[in-house]
Ligand binder design. Structure first.
Ligand SMILES: C[C@H](N[C@H](C(=O)O)[C@@H]1CCCN1C(=O)[C@@H](N)CC(=O)O)C(=O)N1CCC[C@H]1C(=O)O
Ligand SMILES: [Zn+2]
Length: 522
């Protein structure tokens, strides 16, 4: 006979299971759409009222998730034969922080994330020469274009004082609330929950192995860049240890170095393009940047952006309110409303980000007919890879010529080396940065790192993996991790490390598939 577990036997009838997941899918449509709209309202207008409305919506969603998870566990879904049905149930019961029985923890998580993101987005640095500037566009423009050691230092330190330094206590409370809540989902800490999305028990070792395999290439690039920067800034500005001061890379976090390509050109005689100058020469405006990206996606068979995209996106920084400028792509789960939020300026860097964000939108559009529970990346690294894969093809000299940002496609090897180095400054330079952010965060979630050594451990990792050093003394008064969006914004980061590896594997496969027998970089 059937084993009766307590009063309730679990339902093993898969037809009833399909009814349940279909009803769930229809119900969450409007719920998720409402919730994303309230987040959008806060991110594009940072007021206390919008924060409260967003948090209330998040709490309601959590109640719905808990109820659905409880009802789902009346089914013997682990034993279901149909893999799709089984996976849908697994996603319904796996509700993360919402599993907590203490709504105060959820409230704290939502409020603290919004609060920390607000501090980051409103942060400003006042320079006697240029007045008070926010990260975008003011501070970013200086970090990108200044070649003055001192000016770069003032902006680098100023930004950390105006962002991370103000977040330290809140971040400690944030970690505590997340770790307490995630236990109700059966995870030891938040890092374990985040790694579970890759669905492999060896994930941590896998990324470590990948990094170690790629590190020699990075070390070569680092040595070359250090040599050239010493020529530019004088070797006595560099520590004996061989580290490179963190503020000299043309990027606020030293994560990608193509903005200082002009200091590093291997063969100045050969052709190398300054895309930003070309864009300005051709009177590029923001809308045109999005049209150029859309044209490229359509040229490879993707659908155009929806009307809702053009009506609802925020493509330039508003002048009348505070917003989260950090660029992002949004799915409103109604199969039509997809948006980008970006304080777009007319630069090459930004044109690449436009392609990245639109890459996410194109992936949203391609899975919009899937059940809502399946409208996410196969894993987060996959989604990031899909966002970046197109810009690998977009930034080839071939395509640059097609869109008129390059006059001639150079055929000589010196020009090839110039182009390949420029790619390496974005894609190879990034690897240790993409790797270390969550090394730091996973160690915080585990409790190996806490508020007594947040900054020490951060710089240990920055020195060990990136070979960079702080240009000024750092103490535990500082909180440099908070100066990078994804820490206050609570977006896991190892996804970008995974993406920067898989995107080249996909690129190679796509070229083979397309019958392209030329060297990969063409
Ligand atoms: C500029 C880009 N903004 C993110 C992205 O697009 O990934 C934003 C903010 C965090 C998540 N996000 C999204 O848009 C998600 N909704 C995408 C999704 O649907 O998963 C970004 O942060 N990048 C790009 C390269 C490295 C990294 C950086 O700049 O450090
Ligand atoms: Zn992305």
């Amino acid at each position: 006979g059937v084993l009766f577990r307590g009063a309730l036997t679990q339902i093993s009838d898969e037809n009833l299971g399909w009814n349940f997941v279909n009803e769930y899918n229809n119900k969450v449509g409007s719920l998720w759409n409402e919730n994303v709209k309230k987040s959008w309202n806060y991110y594009t207008n940072l007021t206390d009222y919008n924060l409260e409305v967003m948090t209330n919506s998040t709490l309601q969603m959590a109640e719905f998730d808990k109820e659905a998870a409880k009802n789902a566990s009346t089914f013997a879904h682990d034993g279901f034969g149909n893999a799709t049905l089984k996976r849908l149930f697994k996603k319904i019961v796996n509700i993360g922080f919402a599993a907590t029985n203490d709504s105060e923890q959820l409230k704290a998580i939502s409020n603290l994330e919004a609060d920390l993101t607000g501090i980051y987005s409103k942060g400003k640095v006042c320079l006697e020469s240029k007045g008070c500037l926010q990260l975008e566009p003011g501070l970013t423009d200086i970090i990108t274009n200044s070649r003055s050691y001192e000016e770069l230092l003032a902006v680098w330190k100023g930004w950390r004082d105006a962002s991370g330094k103000l977040m330290r206590t809140k971040y400690t409370d944030f970690v505590k609330a997340m770790n307490a809540a995630i236990k109700f989902s059966g995870f030891n800490d938040t890092g374990e929950y985040w790694r579970s999305w890759y669905e492999t028990p060896t994930f941590e070792q896998d990324v470590r192995t990948l990094f170690e395999e790629l590190e020699p290439l990075y070390v070569e690039l680092h040595a070359y860049v250090r040599k050239r920067l010493k020529e530019k800034y004088g070797k006595d500005m560099f520590p004996e240890t061989g580290h490179i001061p963190a503020h000299l890379f043309g990027n606020m976090w030293a994560q990608q170095w193509s903005n200082i390509y002009d200091l590093l050109v291997p063969f100045p005689g050969a052709s190398s393009v300054d895309i930003t100058a070309k864009m300005k020469e051709q009177n590029y405006n923001v809308t045109h940047m999005y049209r150029v990206a859309e044209d490229f996606f359509m040229s490879i068979g993707m659908e155009k952006m929806t009307d809702a995209f053009w009506q609802n996106s925020m493509l330039v920084k508003p002048t009348d309110r505070d917003v989260v400028c950090h660029a992002s792509a949004w799915d409103f789960y109604d199969e039509n409303d997809f948006r980008i939020k970006q304080c777009t300026s007319v630069t090459e860097d930004q044109l690449l980000t436009v392609h990245h964000e639109m890459g996410h939108i194109v992936y949203f559009q391609n899975y919009r007919h899937q059940p809502r529970l399946f409208r996410g990346g196969a894993n987060p690294g996959f989604h990031e890879g899909m966002a970046d894969i197109v810009s690998l093809s977009f930034q080839t000299p071939e395509h640059m010529k097609v869109i008129g940002l390059l006059d001639e496609v150079p055929q000589d090897s010196d020009s090839d080396i110039n182009f390949l180095l420029k790619m390496a400054l974005d894609k190879v330079a990034f690897l240790p940065f993409g790797y270390l952010i969550d090394q730091w965060r996973w160690s915080v979630f585990r409790g190996d790192t806490n508020s007594s050594n947040y900054n020490q451990h951060w710089w240990d990792l920055r020195c060990r993996f990136q070979g960079i050093s702080s240009p000024v003394k750092r103490t535990e008064e500082d909180f440099d991790p908070g100066a990078k969006y994804h820490i206050p914004g609570n977006t896991p980061y190892i996804r970008y490390f995974v993406s920067f590896v898989v995107q080249f594997q996909w690129h190679e496969a796509l070229c083979r598939e397309a019958g392209n027998t030329r060297p990969l970089h063409r």
